[in-house]
Design a protein around this ligand. Structure first.
Ligand code: HEM
Length: 439
């Protein structure tokens, strides 16, 4: 990968040996793709002593594609940490602000406490809007994409993140849910508060201090009230949106309608998952095109490979780099390393996505002819695969279809540092591009 300014600007030096590798300390985000080949070659399973969920237990980073795919496909053998929460949260009072549990966690207790109901939750509540059913939003997304491009198409330059990649998923999710676009700025503030631990949390499990969490929950209390208002409005005045649908649907596993707070929980999940992630995918895809002009030319000449490009983009630059969301229910062996029962697993999706054993000798290169390109781990896999993959893929495809239609060339503009935010998400702060309007 070309050396970019962010690597020199980083407070952490570029890792050369295994001892240098650290995925979580300040500055690590500028060197993740230098660290993964070292880990694959010398330490594909990394023990983090004392960093497990239970006193005296450890956490383990898994970087190999086969190991991560094995774990995510077997809920029983590698139970999600959220299942633990469901058990522990049985007596949490959802009206107690001091409880510091969010609406999504509360709704999981009643709507999807086990794998069967998790599947029903996806099939009945989210798939029609953000899964396979997302195709219904094609016209809305296309209009939003063109409206955004209209704002800067005659300027020859754009700050691609704040003028395109960030507002697009924000406006799409607002329209899907039924939030007025006038409230976009406030919705973005709540979105930031929701993902705070993934950006400013410390270590592999994104730890916030008590004070930071209280501040986060104070902001999110406003979100719950805002959504509750919308729910009440939609009960009186139904519209063609997801909140109206959630007020009306009978949830078959419980054979009843959802409560207001359960709807807030589902909406919370759509917002926490649906904004930044798609933004990061779009901004990294733009960078890959600037760094691979041949790929731009190939796609400009032949759009039929666009899906391959968006999937390769997500494989090579995973918006969510890793999450510590699974436990071992028995002693395990990963790559010859014994991982005891009760250990916490940090699944490093991004590392699995460039694992040469799975992707061949040039895993860091774009290949528009790669076989099975969508088998990457970017959305995870198995029973907990990302429920929003459908709408995110649609947004990315429509965005690039219109951008290739309306631009003849893109390249890096001036003033880029390529510095990324901290945490576990691959988010660039700014991205200045120059372009030629299509003739
Ligand atoms: C490029 C964009 C996206 C990426 C890379 C991404 C990635 C992921 C990953 C890795 C997980 C964890 C799965 C696991 O633990 O096995 C996840 C879960 C989730 N995502 Fe996404 N996601 C994206 C877009 C979206 C969108 C657009 C939405 C909503 C509309 C969404 C909603 C969710 C929700 C609700 C969960 C939690 C589901 C659960 O707990 O099972 N995501 N996502």
């Amino acid at each position: 990968m070309n050396k970019l300014p962010n690597q020199d600007l980083s407070v952490m030096k570029c890792p050369r040996t295994l001892e240098d590798v650290d995925l979580f300390s300040p500055g690590a985000q500028e060197h993740w793709y230098d660290a993964y080949p070292i880990l694959h070659a010398e330490s594909p399973v990394v023990r983090l002593p004392g960093e497990g969920l239970f006193p005296g237990s450890d956490a383990y980073i898994l970087t190999k594609y086969a190991d991560i795919a094995r774990v995510v496909k077997d809920w029983e053998r590698y139970p999600p940490t959220l299942s633990l929460f469901v058990e522990q949260a049985a007596d949490v009072d959802e009206n107690d602000p001091g409880a510091l549990v969010n609406a999504m966690q509360i709704s999981i207790r009643t709507l999807r406490p086990n794998p069967e109901m998790w599947r029903a939750h996806r099939q009945e509540l989210t798939d029609p809007w953000v899964g396979p059913g997302a195709v219904r939003h094609t016209e809305m997304i296309t209009k939003l994409v063109d409206d955004l491009i209209d704002k800067w198409i005659d300027r020859g330059e754009v700050e691609f993140i704040h003028e395109f990649a960030r507002p697009l998923p924000q406006m799409v999710m607002a329209n899907v849910l039924g939030f007025p676009l006038e409230d976009l700025e406030q919705q973005a503030k709540w979105g930031n508060a929701q993902v705070k631990s993934f950006v400013y949390g410390r270590g592999h499990n994104n730890k916030l201090t008590q004070e930071e969490m209280e501040e986060q929950f104070a902001i999110l209390a406003g979100f719950n009230e805002y959504v509750l208002d919308k729910v009440k409005e939609r009960r009186k005045n139904p519209k063609e949106d997801m909140i109206t649908f959630l007020t009306d649907v009978t949830y078959s596993p419980l054979d009843r309608k959802l409560t207001d707070m359960e709807i807030v929980g589902v909406v919370y999940a759509m917002v926490i998952g649906g904004l930044e992630t798609t933004q990061y995918a779009l901004e990294e895809q733009a960078q890959l095109l600037c760094e691979n002009p041949d790929t731009w030319d190939a796609l400009k000449a032949d759009r039929s490979k666009l899906r391959h490009f968006t999937e390769e983009g997500m494989r090579l630059r995973s918006p969510t780099q890793g999450l510590s969301t699974r436990l071992t229910s028995q002693d395990e062996d990963f790559q010859g390393v014994t991982v005891p029962k009760g250990s916490l697993l940090h699944l490093r999706w991004a590392a699995g996505n460039v694992d040469p054993e799975e992707w061949g000798e040039c895993p860091m290169e774009i290949d528009l002819n790669r076989k099975g390109v969508a088998r990457h781990l970017t959305f995870s896999q198995g029973p907990r695969v990302c429920p929003g993959a459908g709408i995110s893929r649609l947004e990315q495809m429509i965005a690039w279809q219109r951008l290739f239609e309306r631009l003849d060339k893109i390249e890096y503009g001036d003033g880029n540092t390529f510095l990324h935010q901290p945490g576990i998400m691959l988010g660039t702060f700014n991205l200045h591009l120059k372009f030629q309007k299509a003739v």
